[in-house]
Write a protein that binds this ligand. Sequence first.
Ligand code: COA
Length: 217
Amino acid sequence: MATTAALVRVRKLIKPCENDIDRSARTLADAFKGDIFTKNLLGGSTDEALAFHLQRCQIAAAVVGGEVYVAEIPSGIQLAGDGGPETENRIVGAALWFPPGREMLDSNEQLQAGPADFLALLEPSLLDWWKAVFLPGFSTLADKAYGKGGKLNSWHLLQIGVHPMYQRRGIASHLIEVVKKKALSSNSIITLEAETELNVRLSREWLCLYRLSSTSG
Ligand SMILES: CC(C)(COP(=O)(O)OP(=O)(O)OC[C@H]1O[C@@H](n2cnc3c(N)ncnc32)[C@H](O)[C@@H]1OP(=O)(O)O)[C@@H](O)C(=O)NCCC(=O)NCCS
């Protein structure tokens, strides 16, 4: 049986079908299960359908305004410890990026691609919190961490996750390589926000970040 890193293929989602977006969102939702920051974004809820919609809307927006890469295991392949082989390729990880000059929710097209539907699912008080506290506060935090406009001028990693069943097999490292190379070749920095000490450490290892912020969620 071959090692995972050698078998995983990284694919950019370009005009993805609904099935690809759904499967990527399911993988991210599974990766972020129990994540405290995600729970806070959902107003303390652990509702799995809402968590799925959150991931889905971010993927849909990033497809429009940024770049989305998925790590997949081709159909017919079995890896140590999984239930495969399956008849469909398995999306086991996803990374959502915004290139320099673009950011999450910077256009109505992005909003309409998914986030508007997600926001419509939130309780009014949670929606108010998103609009009045979270979105402006997160933007202020980014300015503080990277300097004004620093995040916008970077390759920003909005989200990365690998399905728990496939973690510690080098998939995330593999997944970030494409954009890491692009950023290095254009002298751009990479930014991301991480809320746990482990993720801050991982980010440093993977990306050799210049600056990053740590939030408590
Ligand atoms: C963080 C995450 C994306 C890492 O994915 P992954 O495919 O397991 O990462 P990799 O296998 O490429 O790990 C590369 C290295 O990072 C370190 N690392 C990764 N996960 C680790 C863990 N849980 N504990 C300690 N070190 C870890 C190791 O040094 C690892 O190399 P090694 O396995 O040879 O020792 C995955 O754990 C995940 O989806 N977590 C939940 C979502 C999340 O927190 N996303 C990140 C937001 S910033």
